[in-house]
Each structure stands twice: as C-alpha cells, then as structure tokens.
Design a protein around this ligand. Structure first.
Ligand SMILES: Cc1cc2nc3c(=O)[nH]c(=O)nc-3n(C[C@H](O)[C@H](O)[C@H](O)COP(=O)(O)O)c2cc1C
Length: 296
C-alpha cells in the first residue's frame, strides 16, 4: 500500500489524490450577489448536507491552488450573506461546467451559460429555473481553513426555503430519486449520472441490533466463497434460526440434494453449502442462507 504524508505533497498532488478518492461528490450550483446586486453563479463539489435541524448545507469556495486568490462567490457572500444552492441535473451539467470559467467579477454567469434566473422569495440571489431543486439559504458563518493555496472556506448555509419542481415528485409528494437525474463530480474531468440501473439497495441496519460478523461460525467468517458483503448481510440478522427450523430447511429438496450428493465428503459439502448460501444472499433470502450455513 502506498502511504503518503500530506506534508510531503504539493496542494496540486493532494487535490488530485483526494478529489479522485473522495468521489462522487454532489454539486452545489451557488448563486450569490455582491453589494451592488451583481449576480454570480458557480459550481462547488466540496458540498454536502450537514444538519437537518437546523437545515444546514456546507460548501467550500477554496483559494485557487494556482495563486491562492479567492473566488467571487466567497467575496459576494462576505458582502451579502445569502445564496441559492441549485441542485445540478444531467440536462444542465455542461452549462454548470461552463459557469466555472473565470469570468471577470461582475459578469453574470446566468447570461454566459444561457440559464434562466428566476427571483427568490427570501434572498436576493436568483434561482436557476432549470434546476429541479433550489434551496434559498442564509449564510450563518464562513470558516476559513487556511490562507495558503488551495485553502478551503467553509460556507455554512442555513436552508430557509426548499423549492421543488413538481415534475420530480411521486404520488406521495416525495422526491422520486429516479426523476432527479442527478450528476456528481469525480476526479479530473469525470462525472457520474445517477440512473436507476446503477443503483442498488442496502437494507437499513437492524434497529434491534444485528448479531455482528464476530458471532458467525468460524467456517463462515473464513469462507473462500462468501464476501465481506455476504458477511455483512448475515451479521445484520437479529438472531440465529432455531435448530428445528434448520432441521426442517435441511429437508427441503434443493438442500437435501446437496447433502445426499456429498455424504462422506465434508469439504465438498461445505463448498456446495457456501455456494448455495451465496446464491440465497444474492436473492436477499438472508435467513435461509444462515440456515444453510448452520446445517451440521
Ligand atoms: C463541477 C465543479 C465543481 C467545482 N467545485 C469546486 C469546489 O468545491 N471548490 C472550489 O473552490 N472550486 C470548485 N470548482 C471551481 C469553481 O467553480 C471555479 O473556480 C469558479 O470559477 C469559481 O467562480 P467564482 O470566482 O465566480 O466564484 C468547481 C468547478 C466545477 C465545474
């Protein structure tokens, strides 16, 4: 394993390693105004939600790595502590990228990028009409993380009004993840698009406390077949099945076939049972997988 001490690296190297490793990152498309009302619009992927009560988002307009100068967004927020965080969908990703060009202060990136400004209700910066979700925020604090090249500035923004385009809502009035068509930033020029075919579910951890991987039998924990994800699913079960249930399950035809075919060959039996458990886990039949693995 390559182990790097950040004190031996340049800001450019740190940026390259961390932007690539800490990915994908959601994109805050922030609109701000200066004290004269000039509008600015810029994307920031050093961004996330940090609290729901109060509703807080944080993003970081950093000092430029090149020359340590500050960005217009930061300067504007210092003058007018308000912003709108517009969430970026695939349809506007190219215009979002274009807005990150270093236009001179006072140049309105809505105009340069061909996006539509619409008035906000509470704050002075306008919203991006094309964005499905727009968050009107008051800036509570700005926390500089340094004063050298690449130093971040945490902008702590309290979300006051959430605007949601009805087209992304489902029948329950909740946001439908499939309709958001979100994009996120990775290292370099890479982005990813969130589509339903690249999503998968992970069952929420058992609220009644899962057994834990450490409670699984040795042969399961050290299986050549079962992966860490398999062990995670098994360890999330609340309790072991009863001996009677295991006994009954062992009599089911698909399991009995394995047992009958491997009489006197314990190694092959273990291998076959682990393969069966792996298949059951892939089908989310977790308790059945556990029973298969506990057959004596
Ligand atoms: C998708 C994307 C994400 C970005 N994320 C950040 C970021 O988190 N922090 C940052 O300082 N610059 C980031 N940038 C670069 C800024 O958007 C760029 O420096 C922009 O010109 C700043 O504009 P301003 O000076 O008008 O505020 C990003 C650029 C893109 C395209």
């Amino acid at each position: 394993m390559l182990s790097l001490n950040t004190s031996d690296l340049t800001p450019v190297q740190i940026q390259s390693y961390l932007n690539t490793a800490i990915a994908p990152r959601p994109i805050c498309f922030a609109s701000t105004v200066d004290k004269d009302g000039n509008v600015n619009l810029s994307p920031f992927s050093y961004f996330n939600i940090f609290s729901v009560n109060p509703a807080i988002c944080v993003f970081s307009p950093s000092r430029r790595v090149r020359d340590s100068t500050t960005k217009h967004t930061l300067e504007n927020i210092k003058e007018v502590p308000e912003c709108v965080i517009n969430i970026v969908n695939h349809d506007i990703v190219q215009q979002t990228s274009l807005s990150s060009v270093e236009y001179a202060k006072g140049i309105n990136e809505f105009t340069k990028c061909g996006l539509t400004p619409i008035p906000s209700q509470l704050v002075k910066p306008p919203r991006v009409a094309e964005s499905y979700v727009q968050l009107e925020c008051l800036v509570k604090d700005i926390y500089p993380l340094g004063d050298g090249a690449g130093a971040g500035n945490l902008v702590i923004a309290e979300v006051k009004i959430i605007h949601i385009n009805e087209s992304v809502l489902n029948e329950d009035g909740r946001i439908d993840q499939a309709k958001m068509d979100l994009v996120a930033r990775l290292g370099g020029d890479l982005y990813c698009r969130i589509t339903m075919d690249n999503l998968f579910k992970v069952a929420k951890p058992n609220t009644k406390l899962g057994l834990g991987v450490d409670m699984l039998p040795f042969h399961v924990r050290n299986s050549k077949i079962l992966t860490g994800n398999c062990l995670g699913k098994l360890g999330n079960l609340e309790s072991f099945p009863s001996d009677a249930d295991i006994e009954t399950y062992a009599q089911s035809p698909e399991i009995k076939d394995i047992l009958d075919a491997t009489i006197g060959d314990s190694q092959t039996r273990e291998l076959q049972l682990h393969l069966k458990a792996q298949q059951l886990l892939a089908e989310e039949r977790v308790m059945e997988a556990m029973m298969v693995l506990l057959i004596e």
